[in-house]
Design a protein around this ligand. Structure first.
Ligand code: GRG
Length: 283
């Protein structure tokens, strides 16, 4: 697991290295956010699935990290004053606090657009697979998924929402990029339709369980443990799994989802040992 995280970090730190450009500050800002203490859960998932199907990780790596670029852009934009207005991310000042708001917006834009360029430049990968990857990434980071989740999240501030709306928000804000990571593994490895469907459901439930865990930690954890402000949902008057269901039901739902995830994995045609290890790393 750690070897793959090291490979992901090494490739990420090699992407924005132009020293003598007039816009060097953009690269500095991007590297500030990108090369910080992050778990790399999304690219790791793609790599683990590819490895389970014996697909070459040297080819998969740029597709995997394209999702991390999108994830990082979404965090930078989410932290902006006009969105979540957060000061701390990944254990340090948010990008707009460290640099400026305009540079944070442009850094997010650059990460978003570069992710597609990166996929289109992958060597030894068919155009057909590149188009499928780009189609999947633009779909799940786009209007009906990641951005839809963010819209519902912002609209729901200072309002009581029902569990269905919360689920819509979490599945789109959080599961979307995990679904993308799973489908990337499936596309690269030529997984069967049946396996692809199982992987997609696995990622959907994983994102939901992960977000419910986040809602629970927001109440029960410390700022040091989380690397960001705690009780932020309460402070912003946001509905969460905990505020809607209560802490005990939220914990039970998270455990039920985890059991479902584990049992679904057994229907895959590949060895799922590393995916189960990933779940341990995760929860
Ligand atoms: C701005 C289009 C747009 C979307 C923003 C990502 C996001 C949507 C909001 C950030 C806040 C949030 C709670 C997102 C849910 C996903 C989530 C739990 C992100 C944190 O992911 P980790 O824990 O973070 O993998 P690291 O820092 O380890 O990468």
């Amino acid at each position: 697991m750690q070897k793959k995280i090291d490979k992901i970090n090494k490739r990420l730190s090699s992407l924005f290295l132009e020293e003598n450009k007039p816009h060097k500050i953009l690269y500095d800002a991007i590297n500030y956010s990108l090369n910080s203490k992050a778990k790399r859960l999304r690219p790791l998932l793609t790599c683990l699935i590819c490895e389970a199907y014996s697909f070459d990780l040297d080819i998969a790596i740029d597709a995997a990290i394209a999702i991390e670029l999108i994830h990082t852009y979404s965090l930078i934009h989410d932290d902006l004053p006009s969105m979540d207005d957060d000061d701390i991310r990944r254990g340090k000042l948010t990008l707009h606090k460290k640099y400026s708001e305009w540079l944070a917006i442009l850094s997010g834009d650059a990460l978003l657009t570069y992710s597609f360029e990166l996929i289109s430049n992958i060597e030894n990968l068919s155009d057909n697979k590149k188009i499928k990857l780009i189609n999947t990434l633009s779909k799940y980071s786009g209007k009906d998924h990641l951005i839809a989740g963010q819209v519902v999240d912002i609209q729901s501030e200072n309002k009581k929402i029902d569990f269905e709306t919360l689920k819509f928000m979490h599945i789109n804000k959080t599961s979307s990029l995990f679904i993308c990571s799973s489908l990337f593994g499936a596309i690269l490895s030529n997984a069967s339709k049946k396996d692809s469907e199982i992987l997609k459901n696995f990622a959907c439930n994983l994102g939901l369980a992960f977000q419910i865990k986040d809602d629970i930690l927001d109440i029960e954890s410390t700022k040091e443990e989380l690397g960001k402000d705690i009780k932020s949902d309460q402070k912003k008057n946001k509905s969460t799994a905990v505020s809607i269901l209560g802490i005990d039901k939220a914990k039970k739902l998270k455990d039920d989802l985890l059991n479902q995830i584990l049992s679904d994995l057994n229907f895959l045609s590949i060895d799922t040992t590393s995916l189960k290890e990933y779940l341990n790393f995760f929860f």
